[in-house]
Design a protein around this ligand. Structure first.
Ligand code: P6P
Length: 339
């Protein structure tokens, strides 16, 4: 066999998520055993949800569950399944004392009162897309509890604010399944290899391009948007940017993270506070985008500094390439001087 041919034949399969966390302990400030176990619990639940999604067309798990969540949104069967899977994995893992889930009106006390962490989660974002085979995602955010260990958790543990997150991530169930993760020392992407049941490091140190030519927004709301957004959209049209919007936040965000771009969900008369929720949509992806060199604002201020007054508080969100978000911010500042 020629030199090098052997290596080409048997390439190393790479670093698993587990090994990454262990070798990167210093980057995971709280990565004692508990934090690594918490990430493993999330990974396990995502593997099960991934399997359910991939078989949705073959099992009676597509379509509406026939109930509504606390926001009056129709729950898809997979919303309920994913919610149960993640809550069960986090409860059984023992590291999490409380969970704020999009699918549950109240904060969930897991009973693990010695658990040091709390998690905010959107178990399956964009689930209405499953029936048409469009990518969907799970979004999660991790905090250390602030109430005394051994006592029941309270909303104080989960309403700490975006800058107090110790880690955040998403799983994108797309053409391949990926977990993208930060714990405050950069962003890394892991691709799931279902035949081995492992996530492997495939996108180390992900960086968001400073500029981009992709804008993502549901332009049907144009007439109701703030003047700043109308002006920015006119700018995008003049610059011949590409409109890419598939109605699945994680998928739109992930594409923009790799290629450069901006995702906007502004306030409107239909959604006076915007649509996306701070705790388990805006905060985690804002943490990720800033760690990758991007920006996230509500129009006026940094999203991570918006005060979460309640579990399911919504916020306008403009997130992506720094130069593009800065331009949106300038338009909002101009709104104050426009007559
Ligand atoms: P609209 C899915 O319901 C979701 O929360 C995000 O994943 C997505 O970006 C957004 O709503 C789509 O909302 O109003 O454009 O259908």
């Amino acid at each position: 066999m020629k030199d090098g041919q052997f290596d080409q034949l048997i390439l190393p399969i790479g670093t698993t998520l587990d090994r990454f966390i262990n070798t990167q302990q210093s980057n995971f400030p709280f990565a004692k055993g508990e934090f690594s176990q918490l990430l493993r619990d999330i990974a396990i639940a995502s593997k099960i949800v991934n399997r359910e999604i991939n078989r949705a067309g073959l099992t009676n798990i597509s379509g509406s569950y026939g109930t509504q969540n606390g926001h009056g949104e129709d729950q898809q069967k997979l919303d309920v399944v994913a919610n149960v899977r993640f809550i069960r994995a986090l409860k059984n893992g023992g590291e999490v004392c409380a969970i704020a889930s999009e699918e549950d009106e109240e904060l969930i006390d897991t009973g693990n009162h010695n658990g040091k962490y709390v998690v905010a989660i959107d178990p399956l974002d964009g689930s209405s897309n499953i029936d048409v085979n469009v990518a969907v995602g799970t979004i999660f955010s991790i905090y250390r509890r602030v109430t005394p260990t051994g006592t029941p958790p309270t909303s104080e543990d989960i309403l700490q604010g975006g800058t107090k997150q110790v880690a955040a991530g998403y799983i994108l169930y797309g053409s391949s399944t990926m977990m993208v993760l930060t714990s405050g020392a950069g962003v890394d992407g892991f691709t799931y290899e279902p035949s081995l049941g492992e996530y492997y490091l495939s996108h180390p140190n992900m960086r968001m391009p400073k500029k981009g030519k992709i804008y993502s927004i549901n332009e049907s709301g144009f007439a109701q948007f703030p003047q700043a957004i109308k002006e920015y959209l006119r700018y995008c049209h003049e610059e011949n940017y590409s409109a890419r919007y598939i109605g699945s936040f994680v998928a739109d965000f992930h594409r923009n993270l790799l290629k450069g771009g901006i995702f906007m969900y502004p306030q409107s008369t239909k959604n006076p506070e915007g649509k996306l929720r701070l705790l388990y949509e805006c905060f985690p992806l804002a943490f990720i985008v800033e760690q990758a060199g991007g920006m996230a604002i509500d129009g006026e201020q940094r999203i991570l500094e918006v005060i979460p007054t309640k579990l399911h508080k919504r916020s306008p969100l403009h997130i992506g390439s720094a130069d593009m978000v800065k331009t949106v911010k300038k338009h909002f500042l101009l709104d104050h001087v426009r007559v």
